[in-house]
Write a protein that binds this ligand. Structure first.
Ligand code: SAH
Length: 236
């Protein structure tokens, strides 16, 4: 009887280790995909910002991609997230993040939470992240995924108006294309702060613009690259 129990315990132990190894192997292969993504899609295209690269390596992008598209989570392209919206291509996420020049003291506003992935990336770099989503089911889903990211707060609403309560912001990132820069966002940007925003209509080539608010309040704008984003919509 004793022998039988011993054999059973050994078998159980082997079973446990086996399961653990499968789990580790799966986690490891996703980590490898992520490392490949960072090396070939991001570093090779010239992004050097250490904090952005580290965040891209550590955040599990596949968790923010709907199950139907999860196999392509680390592919070099945007993916559908439902409601006609998309999670941006990894390179664009890294580029926009690095251009804001953020650090561990930064308070940031994101307009267009979508999947929540960009907010998770910002979470690893900044002190506080405030993110606004206009489509309620997307906002709710992202809020659930972002629960474990303690410094991220999600709000459902029209991000055109920014988030006055937590302004001014060191950085503002708009992840939907606007035809002009929303004035409330300019107002809520700290002197010395930066805003990254795609400007242009849906059927036009949009320009990714980097806006810097100088200490005296004047704005400097730089045209970064042509991009294609879903439009910034307005609450009726
Ligand atoms: N940053 C997202 C990408 C989202 S795509 C991610 O990491 O997945 C752009 C998002 O902006 C969409 O979810 C869209 O619903 C949202 N959006 C569009 N207009 C908006 C507005 N006025 N205020 C807030 N969110 C808006």
């Amino acid at each position: 009887m004793k022998k039988c129990i011993r054999v059973l315990s050994v078998l159980f132990f082997i079973f446990l280790i086996g399961n653990q190894l499968d789990y580790l192997k799966a986690a490891d292969s996703l980590f490898n995909e992520r490392r490949e993504m960072v090396e070939t899609q991001i570093k090779e295209r010239g992004i050097q910002d250490k904090a952005a690269l580290e965040a891209m390596l550590s955040v599990p992008r596949h968790k923010f991609v709907p199950p139907a598209h999860r196999a392509y989570a680390y592919a070099d392209r945007p993916l559908p997230i439902g409601h006609g919206q998309t999670i941006s291509q990894p390179y664009i996420v890294a580029l926009m993040t690095s251009l804001l020049n953020l650090d561990s003291k930064s308070v940031v506003l994101e307009v267009g939470t979508g999947s929540g992935y960009q907010a998770a990336i910002l979470s690893g770099i900044c002190k506080e992240v405030y993110t606004v989503e206009i489509i309620p089911p997307l906002g709710k889903n992202a809020a659930a995924l972002l629960k474990e990211y303690d410094n991220v707060t999600v709000e459902i609403g029209d991000g055109y108006y920014g988030w006055k309560e937590y302004a001014p912001f060191d950085g503002i990132m708009v992840t939907a294309a606007a035809t002009y820069i929303p004035p409330p966002l300019i107002k809520q940007l700290k002197p010395g702060g930066k805003m990254i925003i795609p400007i242009g209509g849906v059927f036009q080539v949009q320009r990714l613009m980097l806006i810097t608010k100088k200490q005296d309040g004047t704005l400097v704008s730089e045209n970064i690259i042509p991009v294609r984003f879903v439009p910034l919509t307005r609450a009726d």
